[in-house]
Design a protein around this ligand. Structure first.
Ligand code: DAH
Length: 339
């Protein structure tokens, strides 16, 4: 009997020692201490033990039992501690690692330039108005004093949808639409896409963008035009920027001019950027032709106005020193991510 107990005791301890999982440990417990367990079997055999031996054997059984129980308990907490540690290790987070940077988009140089124009002109009280890209010949040409046989209407320049409908060649079309609907005072800028049947090269594209400006009120004269555009040039290219007007011709303005700004690279001395000129051409402008006012139902005796048209790509190319317009349309991330 004693021998048997010792055997059970040693076996159990050995098994407990080698257990790796809590499940296994539970199995050992059932095998040894369970209802049909080995130690329980021994207890059943107690009735065959001589009466004087019983207390001694009983004590041995109890000791064996509590030894095994103790060992089981110890192993259980060891295993639990081990598993907890493993879990912690597996779930560890290194809070000192740098965070992954989310890739965010970049504003296109055209958009950046447009944002600048919005900032400058809305700051002067101008409103932003848009018009359709597919436009009646009337608003694109006729209402702007460009008659039927004018060379600007040449099919080589204009995409015609039909006799009366074109892809607008200029955002000046929005001038005519606004004047027709609104009585002065008017102060608007109108950004948008325009189309001309040009071949693609470093400075041309069949589709590009313009921003039109228009101000109409009582007593507006060329000095207002000059003051407004001088302020615009300084805001856009820097406080020291000078402006210069060269006489020009546009059918919808009289007088008309092209405006140059002093080269913001060399300050006007002449450099590669301004091709030695010291000046850079920037926009077309003029006093709204009385005939244009009249056609849109505004009395030229009462009201006068000025208008201007800026090429958005031209501003973007100059401002961000990009030397080929095609880069603006290629959607190359290596280029765009620089802005
Ligand atoms: N529409 C002209 C162009 O496409 C630009 C322009 C010039 C607009 C003079 C104007 C202006 O409003 O007054 O070349």
């Amino acid at each position: 009997m004693q021998e048997k107990l010792k055997q059970i005791h040693d076996d159990a301890l050995k098994r407990i020692e080698s257990v790796k999982e809590l499940d296994e440990l539970y199995k050992v417990k059932v095998d040894v201490l369970g209802k049909k367990g080995k130690l329980t079997e021994v207890l059943k055999g107690m009735k065959d033990v001589a009466a004087e031996e019983r207390p001694k054997v009983g004590q041995m059984v109890n000791e064996t039992r509590s030894n095994i129980e103790e060992k089981l308990e110890e192993m259980k907490s060891n295993l639990e501690a081990k598993f907890r540690e493993e879990k912690m290790k597996a779930e560890v987070i290194d809070v000192t690692l740098p965070a992954k940077k989310n890739k965010i988009g970049h504003k296109h140089p055209n958009t950046l330039a447009l944002d600048e124009l919005y900032r400058i002109f809305t700051g002067m009280g101008y409103e932003v108005v848009e018009g359709p890209e597919i436009e009646y010949d009337y608003y694109n040409f006729e209402a702007l004093n460009i008659p039927e046989d004018h060379p600007a209407k040449d099919e080589q320049d204009t995409f015609y949808i039909d006799r009366n409908i074109v892809l607008r060649t200029q955002t000046s079309s929005v001038q005519a639409r606004v004047m027709e609907k609104t009585q002065p005072p008017i102060r608007i800028i109108s950004p948008g896409r325009v189309f001309r049947s040009d071949a693609v090269d470093a400075t041309h594209s069949p589709s590009f963008h313009q921003v039109e400006g228009l101000a109409i009120d009582k007593n507006i004269n060329f000095a207002d035009l000059k003051g407004t555009l001088a302020e615009f040039a300084k805001e856009l290219f820097g406080e020291d920027t000078q402006i210069k007007f060269r006489p020009h011709h546009f059918p919808f303005t009289e007088p008309s001019a092209e405006m140059d700004v002093s080269c913001f690279k060399c300050g006007g001395k002449g450099c590669r950027f301004c091709k030695g000129e010291g000046w850079i051409e920037i926009l077309g402008c003029g006093m709204v032709h009385p005939h244009v006012l009249e056609m849109s139902g505004i009395d030229p005796e009462k009201y006068q106005g000025f208008a201007f048209g800026v090429g958005l790509e031209r501003i973007a190319l100059l401002k961000y020193e990009i030397d080929d317009m095609r880069l603006l349309y290629e959607n190359d991330d290596r280029f765009l991510s620089q802005f």
